[in-house]
Design a protein around this ligand. Structure first.
Ligand code: PRP
Length: 216
């Protein structure tokens, strides 16, 4: 039997996902050793292996079939725009993609002024402003600490993830508009879905059932 390969976005999402896999009987002892520098972990008996990747690379591994399955945030799926099947909303990692800024930027947004938008998610920002709002903006790509941009005058607003809202609050910023809700999703390679249909379908239904039981 061929190995089923699962790509996980490293960090909190991966830890939560491994706990979920454990609950449906798929364990991976090798992965629990946090001191290890190993990149790929397998469960020989179940012929399944896991690897950790940078979140934005997970859709790439899955589209090319280097991973059959991926677990990653909806933000990354939208931003990367890869050809994949999105099969489960895992319900954790919940947060929102929002347009944020100082209160004063609300007026600029309302009057469709030509504003600058700093973001780690240029595709999501473009889609929101150009296709949904029909508003011309200048998008500036950043790689982190996006909240800095309106504070130091790089942009009027940002498009970023808001979870608790405390980063915004502590920096005198606020949510001005909501772009979309986000959470962790399971994605599947389109060819794997056909070739490994039985195993993947069984895995999807166990995961779905476990999530439902947990939410009940
Ligand atoms: C994310 C996001 C916000 C923050 C939101 O940043 O970009 O900065 O979390 O969380 P909060 O609403 O609970 O404060 P992350 O920590 O992933 O790092 P980054 O600044 O490198 O994007």
């Amino acid at each position: 039997m061929r190995y089923l390969t699962v790509a996980l976005a490293k960090g909190r999402l991966a830890d939560q996902t491994m706990k979920l896999f454990e609950k449906i009987g798929i364990t991976c002892e090798e992965m629990k050793d946090k001191t290890s520098r190993k990149l790929i972990f397998s469960n020989e008996d179940m012929k399944i292996r896991f690897f950790l990747a940078k979140a934005s690379d997970v859709p790439t591994y899955v589209e090319y079939g280097a991973a059959d399955i991926g677990v990653v945030g909806k933000d990354t799926i939208l931003e990367e725009g890869r050809k994949l099947f999105e099969v489960i909303d895992l319900g954790y990692g919940k947060c929102r993609m929002c347009v944020c800024g100082p209160e004063s930027a609300g007026e600029l947004l309302k009057h469709h002024q030509l504003i600058r938008v700093a973001t780690k998610y240029p595709n999501i920002a473009k889609d929101y402003f150009y296709n949904k709002k029909h508003q011309t903006v200048e998008i500036i790509k950043l790689n982190g600490s996006i909240e800095l941009a309106p504070i130091v005058g790089l942009s009027e607003v940002i498009v970023d993830i808001v979870e608790t809202g405390s980063t915004l609050r502590e920096n005198g910023l606020m949510v001005l508009e909501e772009v979309c809700p986000l959470s962790a999703r399971v994605v599947v390679n389109q060819v794997s879905m056909k070739r490994e249909n039985q195993r993947i379908t069984a895995l999807i239904s166990s995961l779905k059932q476990m999530i439902q039981e947990e939410q009940a």
